[in-house]
Ligand binder design. Sequence first.
Ligand code: AMP
Length: 634
Amino acid sequence: MVQQGQIDHLLQETGSIDPPAHVASQATLQDYEATYRRAAEDPEAFWAGVASELEWFKPWDKVFQWDYPTFQWFLGGQCNITYNCLDRHLNTPNKNKAAFIWLGEDGEERVFTYGRLAQLVNRFANGLKSLGVGKGDRVVIYMPLTPEGAIAMLACARIGAVHSVVYAGFSVGSLRDRILDAQAKVLITGDAGYRRGNRVDLKGIADEAVQGLDVLQHVIVWRREDEKPPLGPKEVDFDDLLNSGDIDCPAEVMEAEDPLYILYTSGTTGKPKGVQHVHGGYMVGTYYHFKTFWDIKDNDVFWCTSDIGWVVGHSYIVYAPLIAGATTVFREGAPDYPGPHVFYEIIEKYGVNVIFTAPTLVRMLMRYGEEHPQNYNLRSLRFLTCAGEPLNPEAQKWAYEYICGNGEWAYLVDNWWQTETGGPCLGTLANMTSKPGRVGKPLPGAELDIVDREGQPIEEPDKGGILIIRKPFPHFFRTVYGDPDRYAENWNTIPGVYFTGDVALRDADGYYMVVGRADDVLNVAGHRIGSAEVESALVSHPAVAEAAVIGKPDELRGESIKGFVTLRVGNDPSDRMISDLQLHVRQELGPIAVPSEIEFTPTLPKTRSGKIMRRLLKAQELGLDPGDITTLEE
Ligand code: AMP
C-alpha cells in the first residue's frame, strides 16, 4: 500500500542521463516513436511481423481474438517454443555457440553449446515420456539454479507437459500448495542447493512437502552430491533418466494457445495464483523485447542475475535468450559470496556485455563501495537493466558512475513488468534519455495508462493513479490455473482494462514512475509476497490468534516485513516466541517471507466488517498521519 508521505521524496526532480553516443547509435530499435505508433495503430500486423521471424509448424489463421476478458493470439498456428530455442539453431553456426555458461558459487563453470543442450533436453524429454508424462500433464520443478533446472523446463515444454517451477528458496508449505493446486503428476527436485557456502537441503524439504500426496506419481531426484542415499519407491534418478533417453525427441506439435507453464505468484488472498502462459504468443513477445529492449547483438554475452524460480528467469534466462541464439551467463548462489568482488570478476572474466539485474543487487554493490568495481576492467559492458522494484536514483547514479564508467562504456536503465505480463511493458530504451526515479515509457505493443478507481484517465502530470493495461499483447498471461474467476477479477476491478495492482504517475515528458502497490502485496528484494500469505502462515502457529503484516521501507531490500501478532490465551510474548514464529514462517513459506520484526499486541485495528486495517498499522509504524492516507489505496 502506498501512502502519500512515502512518495513525496520520489517526486523531487532528479535530473536526467543521456545514453552514451556509442550505445544509442547501435540500438536495434532506433525510432521509438514511430515503432510505438505502428504497434498501437495495428497491433495485429505488428505482432504478426515479429511472429514470422520464428519457426511455426503451421501458420496461424487469425492473429488475434478477444472474448473479453479472455483472448487468443495466433489462432490455428502450431509451434513449439523449444523448436525455436534449440532446433532452429542446429543447422546454423549457433550449433557450436555457447547457449549457457553456468557458474557455481565455488567457482565451478559449465558451458553448454546449443548442440549439446539440444541433446540433453531431448534425452531428458524422452526420459519423461518413459515415465508416462505427456501433453498437458503438470510437472513441478523444485531445483537449484542449475543447467539441470533449465533442462527440466525445456524437456517438459518439448513434450507438451506444463511445468511449474517453484523457487528453491520456498519451503515445505509453499511447495506442497503448488503441487496440490496444479495437481502435478511429477516432481523434479535436487538433493541440495548452495548459497553463501551453505547447503540447502532441498530433498529434505521436498520429502516433507510430498508426504501423503497421492497425486504425485514420480519424484525425479537430481543427485549432485557424492553421497547418494537410496531412492524411495516413487523416486527416479535424474541422471539415469537422462542417460537412458535417446538423443532425438521431436518437439511435440502444440497449438499456439496450448499452455507452456504455470508460475505461482502472490496476490491479495492467502492463496498464490497460478499464472498461465502459452507456447505461441509468449515466444513471440519475449523474443521481441529481448532483441529490442535488451538490445542483444549476435556476439553479446548476456548475464541475467535472476533465478528460474521467477518470471524473469523463465523469460530471460531460459526462453527468450535461447530463441534469439544468445549466450547467457547464470550463477547459483549469493551475488556477494564469497566476496563483493565476484560480480565484477564475472563481468571481466566472461566479457559480459548486457546485464539484467535488480535494484536490490545494485544497492548492495553500492553499499560495498566503489573500490570493488575500480579493481576490474568492466569495459565489455554496454547495457545494464534493472527490474522488480523501483530503482532509486541514488543507486542508479552510483552504478552509472562506477559500473558504467560514467557512460564511457555503458548505460543503465529501468524496466517494469510482472509475472502476468511475461515480459517488460515500461522501460527506457538504449537510445532514450533516462530519468532516474522514472522507469521510462511504454514499450512497443504495450498500451498502458494511469487512471482513477473509476477508470477515468489521469491526464495531469505527476498525479498518482492506478497503472492499467488497455489491451493484451501476445505474451500476456491467459488465465489463473484452475481459477478463471480470479483471472477475470484483474479485468473487472476497473471494467474494460487490466488492473496491474500498482500505483504510478506520468510526468510531462510521458515518463512513468511506478511507486508501489495499490493492494496488500509486499515487494521484498524484488520478490512479490502477499501480506495474506504471511499472515496465514503466522496464524497457522498454535500460539497465534490473529496476525497482520505490513511492509516497511528498507534501504537494501526495498521493503521489509513487520508482523503484528495477538497471541492465544496462555501464551506470553517473549523473544523466544518471536524466533519461534520466524522459524515457523521460514518453514511454511521460506526465508524471503520471514518478518524481520514482530510486535505483540492485545488487539488489531479492524473495520466494522472485521477486516484488519493494515493501512492504519502502517501509518502508525511510519509515523504518518492516518488521515494523510490518500485515495490511492483501497
Ligand atoms: P513479479 O510478478 O514478482 O515480477 O512482481 C511484479 C511487481 O514488482 C510489479 O507489480 C511491481 O509492483 C514491482 N515492479 C516490477 N518492476 C518494477 C519497476 N521497475 N519499478 C517499480 N516496481 C516494479
